[in-house]
Design a protein around this ligand. Structure first.
Ligand code: TYD
Length: 214
């Protein structure tokens, strides 16, 4: 019944590059792969993304922020992720519900249990089979982003360093609580070594799945 892989981690950890390298490799192995990202990935989600990330909307309320991320997620799950998994395909998603727990829960310090309930509603309880966390010091991640395309600078990245440090600790806490789902990798390593470790873990997971089915 398909395989759902998500990538998480702080800003500037290189998720997008790794998502694409993994998808190319899986496609070359003959898998039917869809890559997507949050917030976004559908035209409704892209509209919501524009609201969420616009640096001008400094007045956005935390509750509104959660519900907008969740609305984009509900649309992506229903329109893209579940249909592809039902066809037996692999979905690779750049950020998913764990980002809400890390950014809104640990970063904004909102009630994690409330966030879990909202997220369960938005996704119909869909959970990733495997989550890769590219871990990086918050300061280093922000430095990488600032050195990059300023046009991509978004509302979340404007937050203080302490916020981003809480987010990073949040990801590590989530990973520690569910070690079989998560693989945490040091994003200071080269792109090639990070990708190698990801492929090993994914191959292990897919072989395991195959042996269960056959
Ligand atoms: P994006 O430009 O996609 O950042 P990145 O390249 O780091 O993934 O912007 C997404 C931003 O939204 C990022 O700062 C993380 C944040 N975010 C949340 O705060 N909550 C969420 O649930 C999700 C999915 C993202």
């Amino acid at each position: 019944m398909g395989c759902f892989i998500t990538f998480e981690g702080p800003e500037g950890s290189g998720k997008t590059t790794q998502v694409h390298l993994l998808a190319e490799w899986l496609q070359a192995q003959g898998y039917d792969v869809v890559t997507t990202r949050e917030p976004g990935g559908t035209r409704i989600g892209d509209g919501i993304r524009a609201l969420l990330l616009n640096p001008l909307y400094v007045e956005m309320q935390p509750e509104a922020e959660i519900l907008l991320f969740s609305a984009a997620r509900a649309q992506l799950v229903g329109q893209v992720i579940r249909p592809h998994l039902a066809r037996g395909g692999i979905v690779v998603c750049d950020r998913f519900a764990d980002s809400t727990l890390a950014y809104q829960g640990y970063g904004r310090q909102l009630d994690i249990e409330v966030l879990r309930r909202i997220t369960a509603f938005a996704t119909g309880n869909l959970k990733p089979d495997l989550t890769i966390c590219l871990d990086l010091a918050a300061e280093e991640g922000l430095r990488r982003k600032r050195g990059g395309d300023q046009a991509e600078w978004n509302r979340m990245e404007q937050e203080q360093l302490a916020f981003h440090e809480r987010v990073r600790r949040g990801f590590l806490a989530l990973a520690a609580a569910e070690p079989t789902r998560w693989l945490v990798l040091d994003a200071m390593q080269s792109v090639v070594s990070v990708q190698e470790a990801i492929r090993q873990r994914v191959a292990q997971h897919l072989n395991f799945e195959r042996s269960v089915v056959t």
